[in-house]
Design a protein around this ligand. Structure first.
Ligand code: URA
Ligand code: SF4
Length: 189
């Protein structure tokens, strides 16, 4: 683990720790406020993210931005990262060995950001962070506290594109995050 961003960012350059390196254009490390109290964790880059090297800039990201706007959450005031930093082919889910290989980077990011709230975007983020015993359908919208960090599991933004009902849940869950941040007297706007 590195105690500073410079060394951590340097350590990932050219990473070949898993097979996802073969098809990537860019490593998508993370974006936003590195000192934010709120962090969001997705699954892995899609095509747009792979080209731009920024998380959540494609269709799903735009939808997430709309929810942020509606709730007055500023994208540059939170920190956003993914379980895997390289795009899985054809947007398949990251495989277990890939997630395991990449998770140290994310753990180090969490260590440096020191968030008080982490939003888990979808099942892949949920299972890799909180454990395989969790499932998104049962877990979403319910706070889990672990080692002083409050976790809010919610739908992956891409799932909202396929199911309008999930949009309402997603809005509700982010609103919960807003409220909790307010209760805890921490940022996000
Ligand atoms: N989906 C994700 O999980 N992460 C991104 O960065 C983009 C889409
Ligand atoms: Fe390295 Fe992560 Fe990319 Fe795999 S996904 S090559 S572990 S940066």
């Amino acid at each position: 683990m590195y105690d500073n961003w410079e060394d951590l960012e340097k350590s990932i350059i050219g990473c070949k720790k898993c097979k996802l390196f073969t098809n990537r254009n860019n490593i998508v490390f993370g974006t936003g406020d590195k000192q934010s109290d709120i962090m969001l964790i997705g699954e892995g880059p899609g095509a747009d993210e792979d080209l731009q090297a920024i998380p959540f800039v494609g269709k799903a990201g735009k939808l997430m931005n709309m929810a942020f706007d509606a709730l007055n959450i500023k994208r540059d005031k939170v920190y956003i990262a993914n379980i895997v930093k390289c795009r899985p082919p054809a947007n398949r889910n990251p495989e277990n060995d890939e997630a395991q290989a990449c998770l140290d980077y994310l753990r180090n990011q969490v260590l440096l950001v020191k968030p008080k709230i982490i939003v888990l975007l979808g099942n892949v983020a949920l299972k890799n962070i909180l454990g395989k015993e969790y499932g998104i359908t049962a877990a979403r919208g319910k706070w889990v506290e672990k080692k002083g960090i409050w976790y809010m599991p919610t739908w992956h933004p891409a799932a909202l594109l396929r199911d309008d009902n999930k949009k309402i849940d997603f809005w509700k869950d982010l609103k919960e995050v807003k409220n909790k941040a307010k209760d805890m007297n921490i940022g996000g706007d």
